[in-house]
Design a protein around this ligand. Sequence first.
Ligand code: NDP
Length: 272
Amino acid sequence: MMKRLEGKTALVTGAARGIGSAIATAFVENGAFVYLTDIDDALGQEMAASLGEQARYLHLDVRDEGQWQSVMAQIIEECAVLNVLVNNAGITGFEEGCFVHDPEHASLMDWHAVHRTNLDGVFLGCKQAIQAMRRSASVGAIINISSRSGLVGIPAAAAYASSKAAVRNHTKTVALYCAEQGLPIRCNSIHPAAILTPMWEPMLGEGPEREIRMREFVQDCPMRRFGRPEEVAAVAVMLASDEAAYMNGSELNIDGGILAGTVATPKTASET
Ligand code: NDP
């Protein structure tokens, strides 16, 4: 297999499971040395151990700037460079159950909690990565995991949609800033939708209704199925690699075609 990330050092946040662990796995398969980070230390350590010598686990709560600083210092001390940062850690706000998150009733506390992880976490990651990459003269790629929800409004998940829209925009600001500064650091965003990971568990639930809910969630997806974390990881590998050397400030949707049309897309030519 052609190794597209040979010699690169990467850091992936929220890498204990789901999309983050799939990205870390694909990076290792492509020759990178990967620091998997998360707040679930037991699962993160297990995941890193399963990837062998090219992977290592570190605790990193993306909301904490002090933890970002120590993780970056450790990476530069051990590897001398940081080439790739994937800001993947994110929450929906529904982790403890399906609370109200619409614009009229969402609590300020819940609104802040979602933004702290999804937006502050990405801001801190970009900030610390730019500084570490500059100091170590690394050629870098920052990949921010936004969402389809960052491109359209989501009445039932106002904070999630707002945080992901801000991630999309901050990605472009970082790309322009680094270019302006003459730094060889690219920054791009990925916008997944309906990727089957543990994040969906509170929404899918258990029992006989689970299958029905799964079908309902993807009924408006042209491909009529959930995506797989590995399908997002493949796009991350491409953005992290030197093949994407001219991609900067761009956004890539990976959503089975959901955003290619709308629910109002005409079904026949006569409806146009
Ligand atoms: P998962 O919930 O399966 O995994 C997220 C991981 O991030 C968990 O291990 C979680 O740990 C960790 N995490 C949560 N908070 C923090 C924090 N403060 N610091 C560090 N790690 C943290 O999510 P997915 O893999 O589905 O999602 C990954 C990214 O992709 C997210 O940003 C999400 O918004 C985005 N995305 C996902 C889509 C999907 O359909 N799955 C669609 C669109 C975007 P713990 O379990 O302990 O909380």
